[in-house]
Design a protein around this ligand. Structure first.
Ligand SMILES: Cc1cc2nc3c(=O)[nH]c(=O)nc-3n(C[C@H](O)[C@H](O)[C@H](O)COP(=O)(O)OP(=O)(O)OC[C@H]3O[C@@H](n4cnc5c(N)ncnc54)[C@H](O)[C@@H]3O)c2cc1C
Ligand SMILES: NC(=O)c1ccc[n+]([C@@H]2O[C@H](COP(=O)([O-])OP(=O)(O)OC[C@H]3O[C@@H](n4cnc5c(N)ncnc54)[C@H](OP(=O)(O)O)[C@@H]3O)[C@@H](O)[C@H]2O)c1
Length: 494
């Protein structure tokens, strides 16, 4: 299905940015006078408030602007990029992070990454990509940086939004794009550890592991990356895995596995066949999980979220990483494991994941228990059009930003139809129905931890079908390139 945005598909890319243009960072501090006060007479009540200028918030800004919907975006950091703004307090990246997903499954569909980027680029290239996106679609002027949203309260006309250190202002609606990999989960073990205890969010470079006895806890992608990186500097590396997993190789036939898997799904390959192929591929390259010293997984590949690593099995076979079961107790400088063994460590890195967190809003407003909103397509509130979340999903295979693009395009159409006074009864009925199956058989094993997993091809089809339905009912929205009263202009007028 073609969507309006695809009709005006741009060949823009990072490389198309005019030479000599500064980074977003430089432009922002020069142009916007970041901390200047807002105009006291600024009336925001007919606008939408977008929270966050990471991958999700940026594409929301682009879609709202494209469809002429007035908005202000607030970002607590000093630039766009979200988690890819390496080194900022809320970035969970380490210096060596490269995309796990390939650029073809990850990029925005109307803004391809440059052809000379490698298939899995380093995070610094990714940040440059986001900056180029923001410049190309003229988004910088509508984002107010170093401005955290502290509280959202529903009002009779929409939402009251309180910014850090400022009065509350009134908005017609709110789009939350605050990310879900910044609030670390710390394991709650018995006992105390006397050495250095880090979360993967705090881990940046391997120098902290130099010559140390290192324990990495977890079996996700962070744990595997950090354990593999520790090998070259640490005295000893142990990986504690409480629940055995399948390690999928990152590359097969010289291509990234996610791109191959998505292509096969698009061609109609059923999950059972993809599972057999993937199990075979994992067996050929990585061997059997139980041969790595961690027992047999209690699930098949894709029944739980996948861990992509070729290096951990490689290093285990060289004796450079030892896999142990879950931690039973911390005993000063030693750790006792579930198999009764005890070992001394200097550093523990807890690569134990992140919790979904919305500290600025009462969780009941998001229709679910804390950290677990129940939203139609993980996006739309079942009863109100003025509150939505974008980016709250995890792709079972491949990247995320293309899907965020379609979420944003759908949202913009909904808000445009609403502003035009269209009858939206059909959509209201739809989002009150039982949620469609977005997983398509993936990650069924552990539904709570994996509640946001989506099979990306299926999810994209849901989103683009709905986009098409909006266009069929209300016509292709008039696309505008004029920004809605930019924040910078408001401040300059103040
Ligand atoms: C180590 C690691 C590697 C990853 N690798 C990949 C990959 O290879 N491919 C892939 O597709 N995905 C990857 N991801 C997932 C990645 O998080 C998403 O792809 C995507 O970048 C998330 O974008 P987002 O906008 O939803 O969230 P974020 O990038 O977290 O952006 C949210 C933004 O909201 C801002 N914000 C939050 N709260 C407030 C507030 N109260 N007020 C104002 N601003 C606020 C934050 O400062 C931030 O800038 C990875 C994640 C991690 C942790
Ligand atoms: N290079 C990259 O692109 C890259 C790198 C890193 C991360 N990422 C992405 O970032 C996201 C987060 O990944 P992540 O690895 O940080 O987190 P994660 O995928 O949530 O994995 C957390 C791991 O910690 C374990 N764990 C949780 N609590 C524990 C406890 N109390 N005790 C012992 N183990 C515990 C979990 O085991 P259970 O299964 O038993 O709960 C799981 O193995 C994912 O989407 C991932 O793909 C990408």
């Amino acid at each position: 299905m073609e969507v309006a945005a695809q009709n005006c598909r741009s060949k823009a890319s990072v490389g198309s940015v005019r030479s000599g243009e500064q980074t977003g960072l430089g432009q922002q501090s020069d142009r916007n006078g970041i901390l200047a006060p807002m105009n006291r007479h600024d009336d925001t009540s007919s606008k939408y408030c977008v929270i966050g200028a990471g991958a999700a918030g940026l594409t929301v800004c682009r879609a709202l602007r494209q469809h002429g919907i007035p908005f202000d975006c607030y970002e607590r950091e000093h630039d766009v990029g979200g988690i890819f703004l390496y080194g900022q307090p809320n970035s969970s990246l380490y210096q060596s992070t490269h995309l796990l997903s390939s650029k073809s499954t990850t990029e925005y569909p109307d803004f391809p990454m440059p052809a000379d980027y490698p298939p899995c680029p380093h995070h610094s290239l990714v940040l440059e990509y986001f900056r180029s996106y923001a410049r190309h679609f003229q988004l910088y002027d509508q984002i107010r940086f170093q401005t955290g949203v502290e509280q959202l309260i529903p009002s009779s006309t929409g939402w009251s939004v309180r910014l850090a250190g400022e009065r509350a202002r009134s908005y017609r609606g709110v789009v939350i794009a605050n990310g879900h990999y910044w609030d670390p989960v710390w394991p709650d073990f018995r006992g105390k550890f006397s050495g250095t205890l880090l979360h993967s969010k705090q881990y940046k470079t391997p120098d902290v592991l130099l010559g140390k006895r290192v324990l990495v806890i977890g079996a996700g992608n962070s744990a595997c990356d950090i354990a593999a990186e520790a090998v070259s500097v640490a005295k000893r590396v142990v990986l504690s895995i409480r629940r055995p997993v399948h390690f999928l190789p990152k590359l097969s036939f010289g291509k990234t596995g996610d791109a191959t898997a998505q292509q096969l799904i698009r061609w109609g390959m059923p999950l059972w066949m993809l599972r057999i192929l993937s199990e075979l591929g994992a067996r050929v390259i990585n061997g059997r999980p139980q041969d790595l010293g961690m027992g047999v997984p209690d699930h098949r590949i894709f029944e739980s979220s996948v861990t992509v690593s070729t290096l951990v099995p490689y290093h285990v076979r060289h004796g450079d990483i030892t896999i142990k079961p879950g931690v039973d107790e911390l005993e000063g400088s030693s750790v006792r494991f579930a198999d009764g063994s005890t070992e001394p460590f200097d550093v523990i890195v807890c690569a134990t994941g992140f919790r979904v967190s919305f500290p600025f809003i009462d969780h009941r407003e998001l229709n679910g228990p804390a950290g677990s909103p129940r939203l139609y397509l993980h996006q739309f509130h079942p009863h109100r059009n003025d509150l939505s979340v974008v980016g709250l999903f995890q792709s079972a295979t491949g990247g995320h930003w293309g899907l965020m693009h379609y979420q944003a395009q759908l949202l913009a159409r909904l808000l445009a139809a609403q502003a035009a006074g269209a009858n939206l009864d059909w959509f209201d009925r739809l989002r009150n129905q039982t949620a469609p199956d977005l997983k398509g058989g993936f990650a069924t094993h552990d539904s709570e931890r994996h509640q946001y997993i989506v099979e990306p091809v299926r999810f994209e089809r849901h989103l683009t079908r709905l986009i098409g339905e909006f266009d069929r009912r209300y016509g292709q929205p008039a696309v505008t390139s004029a920004p809605s009263a930019p924040l910078a202009a408001q401040r300059n007028a103040a």
